[in-house]
Design a binder for this molecule. Structure first.
Ligand code: GTP
Ligand code: MG
Length: 277
C-alpha cells in the first residue's frame, strides 16, 4: 500500500502544480477541487473476489487499477479535457486506459472522464510504476455521482425504479446545466475580449452502458452537485495517447469498460463513437 500512497502523492503534486500555475499565471483556474483516496484492504479484497482476480500481489497490481484514486473537479466540461491533455502530455505519466463516460455516459447517467495512469515512484532501491485512477468531472457531475452513490448504498444496490428514473432525469438536467454554464462562460469571455461569440450546439448523444461503484470514500469528498446524458461542448483537440490502433487510444486492460476514445473531426469536435455503449 505504501507504493500506492506514494503514487497518489505524485499525482496530487502534479495536479497541485498545475492548479498553482493557473492561479498565478492565468485569469481562470480549471481546477476547482482535488481529492484522493486509497482503497481500504477490505474493499480491495472484496473487489479481488468479485473480479475473480488471483489473490497474489502481482495479479492484484496487474488487474486492479483503482487502489489509488485521485479525483479532480472542474467548473466546465472543456476544463476536464484541458486538464486531461495537460496530464497526458507529461512524459513520466503512462496512460494505461481512458474511459470517457462524458462522451458515452453510463445508462444511469453517470459522467466523468477516467484516466488510468502509471506514475514512477522512486524508492531507495528501485523505481516502482504505480497505477493510479484519475477521475475528472464537473461540479455538476460530482454532485450527481455523490448522491447516486449514497442512494445506491442506502438501498444496497436495489434502488427502486422510481428513484432510478429520477436520478437519470437529474443526470440529464445536470448535463444541461453544464452545457448552459459553459455557453454563458464562453459568451462572457467573448464579450470581455470584444470578439463576439459563437454558440456551439453540438447534439448530445444518448447514454448507454452499465455501472458499478466502489465503497471507499474519498478523503475530501466533493460537496453536493448534479450530472447527465451527453455532452457537446467545444473541446480542444486532444493529443493522441501513446497506445494502440488507429482509432483506439486505450490499452485494453482487465476492466470491461475500457474502450476506444472517440475520434475527432477536422475541427477537433468529437465524432460519434461506434462503440454501442
Ligand atoms: P469499479 O469496480 O467500481 O471500480 O469499476 P471499474 O473498475 O470497472 O471501473 P468504472 O470505470 O466502472 O468505475 C470506476 C469508478 O468510477 C468507481 O469506483 C466509482 O468511483 C466511479 N463510478 C463508476 N460508475 C459509477 C456510477 O454509476 N455511479 C457513481 N456514483 N460512481 C461511479
Ligand atoms: Mg473503482
Amino acid at each position: 500500500m505504501l507504493g500506492y500512497k506514494s503514487g497518489i502523492a505524485e499525482v496530487m503534486t502534479k495536479i497541485t502544480i498545475l492548479r498553482d500555475e493557473f492561479e498565478h499565471m492565468h485569469d481562470t483556474n480549471p481546477i476547482e477541487h482535488i481529492g484522493s483516496r486509497l482503497k481500504s484492504p477490505e474493499s480491495l479484497m472484496a473487489k479481488v473476489r468479485r473480479k475473480g482476480c488471483p489473490p497474489t500481489l502481482e495479479a492484484i497490481r496487474e488487474q486492479i487499477w483503482d487502489i489509488a484514486g485521485v479525483r479532480i473537479t472542474c467548473s466546465f466540461v472543456s476544463d476536464i479535457y484541458r486538464i486531461r491533455d495537460l496530464l497526458v502530455s507529461q512524459r513520466d505519466l503512462t496512460v494505461l486506459a481512458e474511459r470517457d463516460y462524458i462522451a458515452d455516459p453510463k445508462p444511469n447517467g453517470y459522467q466523468s472522464l477516467h484516466l488510468i495512469v502509471q506514475v514512477p515512484v522512486f524508492l531507495s532501491d528501485r523505481v516502482e510504476a504505480v497505477t493510479v485512477e484519475i477521475q475528472i468531472r464537473t461540479i455538476a457531475m460530482d454532485f450527481w455521482a455523490s448522491l447516486e452513490h449514497k442512494i445506491y448504498y442506502k438501498y444496497d444496490g436495489a434502488v427502486p425504479a422510481r428513484l432510478l428514473t429520477e436520478l437519470k432525469e437529474a443526470a440529464l438536467a445536470a448535463a444541461r446545466l453544464d452545457t448552459t454554464m459553459e455557453q454563458l462562460h464562453d459568451e462572457v469571455r467573448a464579450l470581455a475580449a470584444g470578439t463576439g461569440h459563437a454558440r456551439h450546439t453540438s447534439p448530445r448523444r444518448p447514454p448507454t452502458s452499465c455501472c458499478r461503484r466502489s465503497r471507499t470514500s474519498w478523503t475530501s469528498p466533493a460537496p453536493n452537485h448534479p450530472n447527465a446524458d451527453l455532452t457537446p461542448h467545444r473541446r480542444r483537440r486532444r493529443r493522441p495517447l501513446p497506445t494502440v490502433g488507429a482509432a483506439a487510444t486505450v490499452r485494453p486492460g482487465p476492466g470491461d469498460h475500457t474502450r476506444p476514445v472517440a475520434r475527432r473531426d477536422a475541427g477537433g469536435r468529437r465524432e460519434p463513437c461506434s462503440d454501442p455503449r
